[in-house]
Design a protein around this ligand. Structure first.
Ligand code: UDX
Length: 487
């Protein structure tokens, strides 16, 4: 059989997507994969066996991609035993570590065996679109097989830029953090963030007490690898993170900002008169009963609560949120994932059960984009995952941010302090009084102020994805780039 390295020109381009197997990463990368497929670029989307198994249970997702003739799903093992848990933040780190150890030779073999990752029409991979978290591994494979590699980071540009600046922060003696009393100290060594970045806003991996922290060094190394990639893709838009993007481009000159990707995809599907009703890419089963519940609620009366696909919390924290929501007297729709709460089950106090029956709706997983776009939703209590942040901005829904890990801590700072599209709970104790007050501020007291800022940011987001807008044009340039790298 012919080898990938022996390939001859004239085959159409085929882009290999290689995401971290987590919902937030898969969502963003599938959006881009579909946009490329619409532009007649063939795509191979490489999932782990576990994720592919979950996707196979969602018939509408299967049908959607089957409609694109050059779109293939392929699988790769994640290296963990079959029965090992794969949900929650700690598990995803285990999956990541395992994949970093085991996937390189497998992926290289797949690329070398002509056709395994392609079709008759486009048998060979002409570009690897790697999740940036696999950046070092992908660059090594790209170098060895002479295939261009593009890094796709699913985090915000501000988080990416902080990772890049970590060695300078350490050199200046601004890290490590010296203790809890140090959390409000300003970090001055990230260009573009000189006055707003406190220790508590640093991405979780950077909130270190020891400069030798191996996890931090790995994330810095992988981030800096993006400067060696053919290009970098960020799911953001120029009017949102422009000043930081200018700094990033000093290190990664070919940085394509093509976000918010979910909105750009929807825009392109609408233009082609294709259905956008089931745009979801959830690997989890969505409970659509919440849409009927929302239909019967007054305009902008509901606060939507979701902490994404990975966050876990203690039972005590859950109770503080629940009491706070009930005490705020607002209607609420809450995503409570099966694996979200740690610790022993205990009885839910009867007053919470009664209030939830009266003005609440609980689901295990929601069609989030649709929920945020619903006219009854007036606020979002979120963990500030990057996809959720962008989805909320586009839907003009102001946020209360309860960040947990990764980029969420810096995203929430920008939401509250820079973009003014919500409030950051970080630094406050999570207790029922604070939750009730913040919900009340968001939905009543400061509602107009937040709505003005969110409407303006949503307007800018829409301009960026419309014809002639920055993300729209950058996507066109990326497509051109992908067509040209094969020659
Ligand atoms: C993680 C990180 O938190 C995030 O910051 C990073 O950039 C990507 O990986 P996650 O924690 O799951 O992702 O959060 P988020 O980025 O917000 O992604 C969650 C996705 O799941 C969103 O697209 C959201 O629409 C979707 N979702 C969430 C649902 O479809 N239904 C739900 O009930 C909850």
């Amino acid at each position: 059989m012919e080898h990938q390295t022996d390939r001859k020109p004239n085959f159409p381009p085929r882009v290999l997507f290689f995401p971290l197997p987590a919902q937030g990463h898969i969502n963003a990368m599938l959006h881009l994969a579909e946009l490329l497929a619409m532009a007649d670029i063939d795509v191979t989307f490489l999932n782990t066996d576990h994720v592919q198994g979950q996707l196979q249970q969602r018939a509408h997702i299967q049908a959607k991609y089957a409609a694109y003739s050059g779109f293939l799903f392929r699988t790769i093992p994640d290296g963990l035993p079959k029965d090992e848990p794969r949900s929650g933040e700690q598990s995803i780190l285990r999956v990541l570590n395992s994949m970093l150890k085991t996937t390189k030779p497998i992926l290289k073999d797949m690329l070398l065996s002509g056709g395994v990752l392609g079709s008759d029409r486009s048998p060979y991979v002409t570009c690897i679109m790697a999740d940036g978290i696999f950046g070092s591994l992908a660059n090594e494979i790209g170098d060895e097989l002479n295939i261009p590699v593009i890094h796709f980071r699913t985090i915000s540009a501000c988080c990416f830029w902080i990772y890049f600046a970590i060695p300078d922060i350490i050199k200046a003696g601004e890290l490590p953090i010296r203790g809890d009393e140090d959390m409000d100290r300003i970090i001055t060594r990230v260009p573009g963030m000189e006055a707003i970045l406190r220790c508590r806003d640093l991405p979780s991996f950077a909130q270190i007490r020891d400069v030798e922290d191996p996890q931090l060094h790995r994330i810095v190394e992988v981030t800096r690898q993006s400067a060696r990639a053919h290009a970098l893709i960020l799911n953001t838009f120029e009017d949102l993170e422009g000043p930081i993007l200018n700094h990033i481009r000093t290190q990664c000159p070919k940085t394509y900002t093509i976000g918010p990707l979910h909105a750009l995809l929807k825009h392109k599907l609408t233009k082609r008169l294709l259905s956008t009703t089931r745009s979801s890419k959830s690997i989890f089963e969505e409970d659509r009963s919440c849409i009927a519940w929302l239909d019967s609620q007054p305009l902008k009366s509901v606060i939507y609560i979701s902490f994404g696909s990975l966050t876990v919390m203690t039972r005590d924290t859950l109770m503080e949120f629940w009491h706070g929501l009930v005490n705020s007297n607002k209607r609420f729709l809450w995503v409570m994932r099966e694996d979200m709460v740690t610790g022993e089950d205990s009885e839910i106090p009867p007053e919470l059960v009664a209030a939830t029956k009266e003005r609440g709706c609980l689901v295990g997983w929601a069609p989030q984009e649709e929920v945020l776009a619903h006219p009854s939703v007036g606020g979002f209590l979120t963990h500030s995952g990057w996809n959720s942040t962008l989805e909320s901005i586009v839907a003009e829904v102001p946020m209360i941010c309860w960040p947990n890990a990764i980029d969420q801590t810096i995203n929430s700072r920008y939401v509250g302090e820079v973009w003014k599209v919500g409030m950051d709970m970080k630094g406050h104790k999570c207790d029922r009084e604070i939750v009730a007050k913040m919900v009340n501020d968001l939905m009543v007291e400061k509602r107009e102020e937040f709505q003005r800022c969110t409407a303006e940011m949503a307007r800018l987001a829409k301009i960026s994805i419309d014809e002639g807008g920055s993300s729209y044009c950058n996507l066109d340039q990326l497509i051109e780039d992908l067509r040209s790298v094969q020659q």
